[in-house]
Write a protein of this length. Structure first.
Length: 98
């Protein structure tokens, strides 16, 4: 098997085993699977249903919400950093021109 195609790492999510073909570190893939499993369990506690597809969709929506919030926070931090940098540049220009 070539390195490009990766290797198969078995993970268990919501009682089901899935073979994941990846070149990522096995511990990282296991951590991802554990995280998804926790999100599915949390969705099951909030919405008691035996429908595993419904739980998977709810977990996916929760994970997407976390991702969007983190991305927005990062954009906000980046914008604040750019604004501060511009302020410092203006101050330096004022000092150097004087």
């Amino acid at each position: 098997m070539s390195e490009e195609s990766g290797r198969i790492i078995p993970v268990e999510i919501n009682g089901q085993r899935y073979p994941i073909r990846t070149s990522l570190d096995e511990r990282y893939v296991q951590a991802l699977a554990t995280y998804v499993n926790q999100k599915i369990r949390a969705a099951g506690e909030l919405t008691p249903t035996g429908d595993s597809l419904r739980l998977a969709v709810l977990a996916a929506l929760n994970i997407a919400d976390e991702f969007f919030r983190c991305r927005e926070a990062e954009h906000s931090r980046t914008g604040q950093l750019a604004e501060r940098t511009e302020q410092i540049e203006r101050l330096l220009d004022e000092v150097l021109i004087s």
